[in-house]
Design a binder for this molecule. Structure first.
Ligand code: ZN
Ligand code: FE
Length: 256
């Protein structure tokens, strides 16, 4: 059976671009369109022809290259229904529970609002991979530009419910800064302390810390850990509702 091929490459200052490719059906998608030049270079390097764009949300560093790439390749654009008016060139709007066919593969769509009001994630169950845009980061989560803490907490719980070994592709390399904040709110988490040291070592060599996994994030990401006694203590929210602990953690990160 063919495997979904995934190619990750840096874009702009701290974005990642992702190409996915089904060699049997000769289809290639870019997850978002952060930087046309970098995407074209990646396509040329792999010898792949762009057929699809899968957008996660409307921000410019995710959909800004849509029209140029569509014009050049005639590719089909799939994106969040709730942001269809803000996704340039969108052909196929999708939302929670929809299945997106890509060659021989299928992605399940999740609505994960919070960072933006219509943000979606794509889960390729058979491949154990999820593309989560700016919703979940390694040791972090997206800023709440258009949603509430309650919405984001619900969205993150959907991702936490994916299998532990799901490989998670997030759209930015923010991990080292996220680790500093994470340590400040959960200093007693040994797994986090160890991961933080590992991240420093990876980044000193310029190695990406993306992708991550659901298991690793559940063990170390403070935004998935409002139930942690140590975190609740540090942020002064012992015994409070998890959504309130999450909201306080997010607020602190905004001011960190
Ligand atoms: Zn964004
Ligand atoms: Fe972004």
């Amino acid at each position: 059976m063919t495997q979904l091929q995934i190619h990750q490459f840096p874009c702009l200052s701290d974005n990642y671009g992702f190409l996915i490719h089904d060699s049997e059906h000769q289809v290639t998608a870019t997850i978002d369109t952060p930087e046309v030049g970098a995407i074209e270079a990646a396509l040329a390097e792999k010898g792949w022809t762009l057929t699809h764009i899968l957008n996660t949300h409307h921000h410019f560093d995710h959909a800004g290259g849509n029209l140029e790439l569509k014009e050049k390749t005639g590719c089909q654009i799939i994106g969040p229904r709730a942001e269809a008016a803000r996704i340039p060139g969108i052909d196929t709007p999708v939302g929670d529970g929809d299945q997106v066919s890509f060659g021989g593969f299928t992605a399940k769509v999740f609505d994960v609002p919070g960072h933006t009001s219509g943000h979606i994630a794509y889960w390729f169950e058979s491949e154990n991979v999820a593309f989560v845009g700016d919703t979940l980061f390694a040791l972090g989560c997206g800023r709440l530009f258009e949603g509430t803490a309650a919405q984001m907490w619900t969205s993150l719980q959907k991702l936490m419910a994916l299998p532990d070994d799901t490989v998670v592709y997030c759209a930015h390399e923010y991990t080292q800064a996220n680790a500093k904040f994470a340590l400040s709110v959960e200093p007693g988490n040994d797994a986090l302390v160890a991961r933080s040291a590992e991240i420093d070592s990876l980044r000193s060599k310029g190695t990406p810390t993306v992708p991550t996994t659901i298991a690793l994030e559940k063990a170390t990401n403070p935004f998935l850990r409002p139930m942690s006694a140590n975190l609740q203590e540090t942020v002064g929210m012992v015994g409070k509702d998890l959504v309130d602990v999450f909201a306080e953690t997010r607020r602190r990160k905004d001011n960190f």
